[in-house]
Write a new protein. Sequence first.
Length: 447
Amino acid sequence: MSNAPMLTERMKLTLNYDELTNCMRCGFCQAACPTFQETGYEAASPRGRIALMKAVVDGVMEPDKMFQEQMDLCLGCRACEPVCPADVKYGHLLEQTRDAIESTVAEHRVWVKALRSTMLKHTFPHQNRMRILGGGMKLYQKSGLRWLARKSGVLKILPNHMQQLEKVMPEASTKGVIEHLGTFFPAKGNRIGTVAMFRGCIMDVMFTKTNINTVKLLAEGGFDVVIPETQNCCGALHAHSGEMDLAKDLARKNVRAFEAAEVDYIVSNAGGCGALLVEYDHLLHDEPAYAEAAKHFAERVRDVSQLLLEKGNLPTIKTLVGESSSESSKPLTVTYQNSCHLKNVMKAGNAPRHLIARVADVNFVEMTGADNCCGSGGIYNLVQPDMSMQVLDHKMEHAKETNAHLVLTSNPGCLLQMKLGIEREQLTHQMQAVHVVDFLAERILKS
């Protein structure tokens, strides 16, 4: 790398050296790391990557192409953090390193570079452009273009996993949750408090129904729901991809948007978004104008399942017709795939399980390795397809063992990845992937 000295200097300025030295090299992280489990390479483990970072900062090694490849290969699932006895904030170190790489020596394939620029810089940060994207996808899905593309075989120019992903994409929308419900939705029954919903960017055009169900579930649980209109993308994909300046800009706008709402809690239904929202205080800690407001923001963030479980007053969750455990009907079997960031960063991984357990006459089967990453990782399945599909295929081995009719999850990326896994295994006739909010809403709102 011709700019390796620049990267070294940037890392010296950017990385928290105390965190680098806190790593005890114990290796507990290796059993939790998906890329280490798949490769067996020390450099592909959190311990190994931290050793590489420290070697660069200490001037022991030059950050070459292999260094960047190992930083890129990490899924950023942060499963290493809960098992670390030294409480090393690996996720922060990874984001700081990726930011340094992107600002100095980043080398991407042409199509990856174009994808990053188009989506991260020119689409996700702009709600109106997300609407246009949703409209374009809706046109493709509804106008006959999708049928023509599949019938003509033109999709065969795409890699296999992309062809399969096209088949499982949800119905897109040009209207988000505000267009359907407005910016305020009142509580039903005894009011507990007021919450603000974080609607997200992808969630609002690709999973609009889930956003709507989230608002209605919160209202059923006793909360007035405010949806700040000036909010934007959380910045998680940007932070994970080394676009830290963009992530901070998006965070500032969200802090101000939700500060004006004056609510008790800020609610997310996407583990990946929530994990960055609860760390806005870290993201903006060195900005005097925002540090205190960002801390107040982060302290109020909750996942929807966490808030409903701890504070909500949900009615009895009833079963649907055909889910009774009577002799004439076979009970519905469900399993749950953890959202890595909900579990590892928000520390609320079991909240969805407790809500699922409230549904009578539904057979819950715990999936082996449910805590392990599914291989989605934001846009990881697009830019690192080989490793992503390797992780997913192993995940599906365990999903099949459950014989579940439904695989539930709490994050849009995980949801699409599990849908992709079901498609790859040709199990669409017997298994579906569903957001836990939609699973609960169907049994509460229609009961």
